[in-house]
Ligand binder design. Structure first.
Ligand SMILES: O=C(O)C(=O)C[C@]1(C(=O)O)C=C[C@@H](O)C=C1
Length: 315
């Protein structure tokens, strides 16, 4: 029996494309379409599937709120894989509909945000509606008595629902990409590959000048490169934030492990979200020279030295 994976559906979403690129040979029957990010997380937690794929962040519109809310406050799961997918948007209609016939356009909120300029220029008088995914919009346009005249969706969604591509490439940034993560129930971590990413959420213990700097310093002094920092409300009142962080490296690396221990000492809470192979390892991160005392060899040598002096070998 192949592993089953849940994803934000229905068929034809960018999330399905992300899942297929993570699991190239997976039979269609093993891919379970869910109608919301929360439903994907629920299916993983309930053990109905081995893992679930959800969008995390987009290069134009930033973090996906539903995913981040689950990562921060939902019953903990781990990220075990990620993939970055280029996102290009097509305006789909039923056969015979022209641009001037379009009064109601539907899509996912993140997709609408990425096509805002084009929609304002070409569909300025149309009403826009947001739905659970781009493919859900395409599916709705294809229905008899459809509530919408057009959908903004991935090229594959149009084929899947038998729609006509009226205009291709309507995204304001043709180079846009979305990062997707695969969530699994807690268990053994993926082995370090040498090109990994560690994700976590840090909750400050109190609010004082320099609190965020102290948190960031835990990474800086150990030569750990941060590649994402996003503050999100904790939900406990205005002005209460937690910080979603992505660091280069694996928790098995001395520098990352020590940085996490430092956070644990100074934060009210630290939620570890996973260490996993990073996508686009060749291009996404600019290589940097480790600063003095922060190479792997430096960490190794210092650990051996500490063991020696603890054994009393050095006066
Ligand atoms: O609606 C889809 O097709 C999705 O996979 C969701 C989603 C998102 O949440 O950002 C994924 C990629 C695009 O940026 C637009 C929508």
């Amino acid at each position: 029996m192949p592993n089953r994976y849940a994803y934000l559906g229905p068929e034809g979403t960018f999330t399905e494309a992300a899942l297929r690129s993570l699991e190239p040979g997976a039979p269609a029957a093993s891919l379970v379409a869910c109608n919301g990010v929360d439903a994907v997380f629920a299916a993983v937690r309930a053990g109905e599937v081995e893992g679930g794929v959800v969008p995390l962040e987009n290069s134009v519109e930033g973090g996906v709120p539903a995913t981040i809310a689950e990562l921060i406050a939902g019953e903990p799961l781990l990220i075990d894989a990620e993939v970055a997918v280029p996102v290009q948007f097509t305006l789909f209609v039923r056969e015979g509909t022209g641009l001037s016939d379009i009064k109601r356009v539907a899509t996912h909120p993140h997709a609408l945000a990425q096509c805002r300029g084009w929609v304002a220029r070409h569909l300025g008088d149309a009403e826009t509606f947001t739905v659970s995914s781009t493919a859900a919009a395409a599916q709705a346009v294809a229905e008899p008595g459809a509530p919408y005249d057009a959908a903004i969706a991935a090229p594959i969604a149009g084929e899947r629902y038998g729609l006509t591509a009226l205009v291709e490439g309507i995204g304001d940034r043709p180079d846009a990409a979305t990062r997707f993560i695969r969530m699994v129930r807690p268990g053994p971590l993926p082995a370090p590959t040498g090109a990994d990413r560690t994700s976590l959420v840090a909750f400050l213990s109190d609010d004082h000048p320099g609190a965020l700097v102290e948190l960031l310093n835990q990474f800086a002094v150990r030569g750990v490169n941060l590649v994402r920092l996003e503050s999100r409300p904790t939900g406990d009142g205005l002005g209460r934030y937690c910080f979603c962080l992505d660091a280069v490296g694996h928790v098995a690396d001395a520098r990352v492990g020590e940085a996490l221990m430092g956070l644990r000492r100074i934060c009210k809470d630290v939620r570890f979200l996973g260490s996993y192979p990073r996508a686009g390892a060749d291009t996404e991160f600019t290589p940097f020279m480790p600063s003095r005392g922060t190479t792997n060899a430096d960490f190794h040598e210092a650990a051996l030295w500490l063991e020696r002096i603890r054994r009393g070998e050095i006066a």
